[in-house]
Ligand binder design. Structure first.
Ligand SMILES: Nc1ncnc2c1ncn2[C@@H]1O[C@H](COP(=O)(O)OP(=O)(O)O[C@H]2O[C@H](CO)[C@@H](O)[C@H](O)[C@H]2O)[C@@H](O)[C@H]1O
Length: 616
């Protein structure tokens, strides 16, 4: 440990000038730390020390630019897509286990894909740090390596990078990530099969947290015309879910106690409290943290998994050790502090720390029915009624259901886990399938839940299709072609699926929980079924009836002027990250990190940039 700590802090003394001139001195510092890398580094565009800018001058330039932007006088006419100029803002570093489109198993990846560009568009300097699970075509080798103490070994990680939509996308390269997934990012990020952790997950995510703390200090980027050099120390880290919960602990013990990152802050965002990272108490030793942190991790529950009795709980520590905690909708924030059931035994801690809810936005570049490359007939609010039958026919043909645009199609898309209540839907289907209706399910997850849906397809071959895959084009095809989206979640922190549905003119039919309450209005943009039991062992009979009743109610409205109005209401909303990004800005400013300033009212940088589509 000591040796690594030493090498870590040498950089501090040898780079005392940074924050001043981002020049070749900094490069020398890079080379000193990792001498055998200097030649690689010079081949990397992002690391070249062209455009040397004095940081103070740079800030003044940025402020002037920002003022011009507010007056609307500065547009990059030579690049018609570059419609944004940036203010001085904040230095933001989002850290997460997945980042779409490079890696995604669900909504966490979407948020780390979509929110950072929206923050960049508002004038902030933004980086994401996520593992390199694959050989991403667009991720370049920075040639920068750091050594980190992970468990009882010293590991070397290498940083890869690309700059997209105003965001520095940093990927942490290490065999613990790359060799696990190796070209198949879907579903293998966390374990060999759904619901099972990789044995070394604690080490993998310890490595991610430490690498994320190094990235703003050691990486020098000149891609943006508004910012250059390293991010430095006045940074706000945004840690997402339990995988990143060690970040505030390492920040305090490895950096702040040595005078580094003194003014940095950490916000901890809960996307799903059901996954907390509970491990054996003895595993605390693997984390290389001083004993004083033990109480933040200490946790006792009544479960036998992964071990009986006393445990460590990563999320608990993340909540306690961060500066502030937030989650992805206001209603979910209320639920989390309401009691043990919804707060999953961390409600007491959250009542102590407090928690803020900001509803998620969605990526309206990826999900735009008027430009969607995956759908048969592109449309907007004025043409939706003409396009829907065409897209429905295409969907029915693709999944092998009888092609008839007059039959209403109910869709379900999601991870097949108890949270999403696919078992509740499966129990309800036989009770409403006699109606004139078809059901299309797209999901992958627990084998038991997959089998249940596959069986329904066998029982009702002309009416039910279960595609047990992770299939992005089909997800888009479903959104364009279906009429109603069933969201049968037992709990739902925010939910992006209902936002995507509304964006495509599909009124969701949803349980009354979490972000579904904040985003779907009964009778206006969708149908509410009422709250469901969070008991996961079996599908509660009363909840099954709520689904059956609401399906029948929705089918009565389908095809009427009231339904057409709901479609219009759905499509009239601005569901993009623009509004939520402003709320995030207010929240992050309230942390008071040094040199934090508001940004500007921006649009997304390069909204149509084709290079944003990452491909393994
Ligand atoms: N089989 C499949 N094929 C293709 N695409 C599929 C798919 N299954 C799911 N998806 C996609 O994955 C995403 C799912 O996002 P959600 O937010 O609805 O749920 P998730 O529970 O994963 O996220 C968690 O984090 C997010 C982000 O904060 C919260 O909104 C949410 O409530 C919380 O549970 C959507 O983009 C959806 O289109």
């Amino acid at each position: 440990m000591a040796a690594v700590m030493a090498s870590r802090f040498i950089s501090r003394t040898s780079c005392s000038s940074y924050g001043g001139a981002f020049d070749s001195e900094a490069m020398t510092f890079q080379s000193r730390r990792v001498p055998y890398l200097s030649t690689h580094a010079t081949t990397y565009e992002g690391l070249r020390t062209r455009n040397v800018v004095d940081s103070r001058q740079m800030q003044l330039n940025a402020k002037a630019t920002s003022r011009q932007a507010r007056r609307g006088t500065r547009h990059a006419s030579h690049r018609p897509w570059a419609i944004v100029v940036c203010g001085s803002g904040m230095n933001l570093v989002f850290v997460g286990a997945e980042v779409a489109p490079w890696s995604k198993t669900g909504g966490l990846g979407d948020v780390l894909g979509g929110l950072p560009p929206a923050m960049a568009a508002n004038g902030h300097r933004v980086m994401t740090v996520a593992p390199r699970y694959d050989q991403y075509k667009d991720g370049w080798d920075t040639g920068v390596l750091v050594e980190l103490k992970v468990g009882d070994r010293t590991e070397t990680v290498r940083f890869f990078h690309c700059y997209k939509r105003g965001v520095d996308r940093v990927f942490v390269d290490h065999p613990m990530f790359l060799e696990k997934v190796w070209g198949k990012t879907g579903g293998k990020i966390y374990g060999p099969v759904t619901g099972t952790d990789f044995e070394d997950n604690q080490l993998r995510f310890s490595l991610l947290c430490q690498a994320a703390l190094e990235a703003p200090r050691v990486l020098h980027f000149n891609n943006s015309k508004y910012h250059s050099g390293p991010y430095g120390e006045d940074v706000v880290f945004i840690a997402n879910d339990w995988h990143t919960a060690l970040l505030p602990c390492y920040l305090k013990t490895m950096y702040q106690s040595h005078g580094i990152y003194k003014n940095a802050k950490v916000a901890f965002c809960i996307h799903n409290i059901a996954y907390q990272g509970r491990f054996a108490y003895s595993d605390f030793a693997r984390l290389n943290l001083p004993d004083k942190f033990k109480s933040s991790f200490d946790f006792i529950d009544g479960y036998d998994k992964p071990v009986k009795g006393r445990k460590i709980n990563w999320m608990k520590a993340g909540i306690i050790e961060s500066d502030r905690v937030l989650t992805v909708s206001p209603y979910y924030a209320q639920e989390l502090v309401s009691g043990v059931e919804k707060g999953v035994e961390l409600d007491n801690i959250l009542r102590m720390t407090g928690i803020t809810g900001i509803v998620n936005g969605m990526d309206t570049n990826e999900w735009n029915p008027s430009t969607d490359k995956y759908i048969s007939a592109n449309y907007d609010a004025t043409t939706v009624m003409d396009a829907k039958p065409l897209n429905k026919e295409a969907l029915q043909a693709e999944v092998g259901l009888p092609v008839d645009p007059n039959i209403p199609v109910i869709a379900f898309i999601g991870r097949l886990e108890e949270q999403k209540g696919s078992d509740i839907l499966a129990s309800a289907i036989p009770e409403f399938i006699d109606e004139d209706v078809q059901v299309v399910v797209l999901g992958t997850g627990k084998k038991k839940l997959e089998r249940q849906l596959a069986l329904l397809e066998t029982m009702f071959p002309d009416k039910v299709r279960a595609h047990l895959k992770f299939n992005v084009p089909l997800a888009h095809g479903i959104m364009a072609g279906a009429d109603i989206l069933a969201v049968t979640s037992r709990f739902e922190p925010c939910g992006l699926i209902q936002l995507q549905a509304m964006q495509y003119g599909i009124p969701p039919m949803c349980s009354t929980t979490g972000g579904l309450v904040d985003t779907v209005k009964e009778g206006c943009t969708g149908f509410h079924m009422g709250p469901f039991s969070v008991e996961c062992a079996v599908a509660d009979k009363a909840d099954v009836q709520k689904v059956v009743k609401t399906v029948k109610r929705a089918l009565k409205v389908y095809g009427t002027p009231a339904f057409a109005e709901m479609i219009q209401n759905c499509m009239a909303q601005d569901l993009s990250w623009k509004g939520p990004a402003k709320k995030w800005e207010q929240f992050l400013l309230s942390l008071g990190a040094a040199n934090s300033e508001p940004g500007i009212d921006g649009e997304e940088v390069a909204p149509l940039a084709v290079e944003n589509v990452a491909a393994p």
